[in-house]
Design a protein around this ligand. Sequence first.
Ligand code: TEU
Ligand code: CA
Length: 556
Amino acid sequence: MKKKWWQKAVVYQVYPRSFQDSNGDGIGDLGGVLKRLPYIKKLGVDVIWLNPVYKSPDKDNGYDISDYRSIQPKFGNMEIFDKLLAEAHRLDLKIVMDLVVNHTSDQHEWFKESKKSKDNPYRNFYIWRDGKDGKAPNNWGSFFGGSTWEYSEATKQYYLHLFAKGQPDLNWENPEVREHVWDLMRFWLDKGIDGFRMDVVNFLSKPAGFPDAPNLEKAEYANVEPMVADGAKLNDYLREMNDKVLSNYDVMSVGEMPSSTPEDAIEYTGLEAKELNMIFQFDHVTLTMNDDPRIGKWNDKPVKLLDLKKSLSKWQKALDGKGWNSLYWNNHDRARVVSRFGNDSPKYRVKSAELLATILHMLQGTPYIYQGEELGMTNAHFKHLEDYQDIESLEAYHQIVEHEKLVDHDTMMRYLATESRDNARTPMQWNDSKNAGFTDGTPWMKLNENYSEINAEKELSNQNSIFYYYRKLIDLRHSSDLIVYGNYVELDPDDEEVFAYKRKYEGKTLLVIGNFTDKNVVRNYDVPKNKQLIISNYDDKNVKELRPYETRVYEY
Ligand code: TEU
Ligand code: CA
């Protein structure tokens, strides 16, 4: 494969509303991101992925866009955006924006027109259907609870919304919709942004006729994901997008694709695919689900190392030489990695965070770091329902506890503390002053109480901190073709305590070892005497045993 800049790049994801407030209203904003560019640059990353900053009524924290060509006033304005882009480029940082075009906000002009009448020119920008026997057109359940269909009195039809009622799905079968999307993409690319992360982009192609989904769980509504993921016309849409837009710019594209398989991914990111550069697959972040399928993702089971190894190895092997992996633990939709996959106890949090970072960053693919991950920020461990703000968390509580009465309050509170997206959205912890330096005002969301212990200022003042460990990993990647292009060979797949793998490239070998337990373990890997230890999270190297959460990376 011809080498591309985004293969060697490391991406830092900024969730602006929780990153840095610059005007005292308690909400992070673009001025805050601008102020913190030097911090991001210091980490050594190459690209910033900015979650949506477009005009939005904020029903789903900006994933419900009412105007793609203007900035959400609470985040600033276009002038500040242009300043941020220019300053980022001056610092040799690229900016990738979030493209949310599976759906718009119901406040978008297109939808306001579409719902007016059946013969409105925008009617077919969205998906309208007659009801069936006085009810919704089919049994699909929204990701945010209830039906995926909402009745509109004005035209006595239902419209489709996979997510909230305020997020009507666009009709991608309509070439006019696609042309409008290509135009809005060009608007941002012509401003000089460096690519897009594409929101649930594998849901764009819906099944003809909108048939009922098999409702094996006898739930009130059926799981819609298998019905809409990786639909029949998706490749056509992505090829058209690449041909008409992306191929005319030197930019990066990453598609968020829940439930896509490695085979799907090779279709989308393959060398000849001419579609996307890489995808966010969900295999490794959905390893534990509730035993009752009606409860879905909500659970508090520990993640088993064997399951994690199997998942990551599957993707490494499948895409090697055929496509390109994204590498992530965290984003604004996931619980914090050191809590969900590691050990966030005071005793082991640092070692555990460094182990997890090493295991991920030594793989083949483009690594993504979510704000605060480089500090070892943890889940919020909220105790009260009112601490949660995310529509997904609150709708799930309503549906599962109050409506269907599937579990009691305390159980659901444990599930929310484990899996809720709110865990990722507590304000960034800059220092140990009031509100962790995030805002002088009242923060829009409760901070994690541990910010006096865990914050950027503390990390930056300690050369042995997680922050500097991440920077070493990034520096290693920038200087090593072995890490970037090497193949992947897993060692001891059945080892339930240690994750070990090798990477090989042009005669060189990387050996990566990680002890995922809080015990000392002994392992012998046949490595030659002339091996060189290039990174470890423990100082004294020549100890035979692997200590709790110890990781070592050798090159030879
Ligand atoms: O996420 C889509 C998606 O897959 C998540 O909703 C996921 O299914 C859920 O969080 C599992 O816990 C994208 C955005 O990243 C998310 O923030 C939006 O809420 C969603 O799409 C709708 O735009
Ligand atoms: Ca603000």
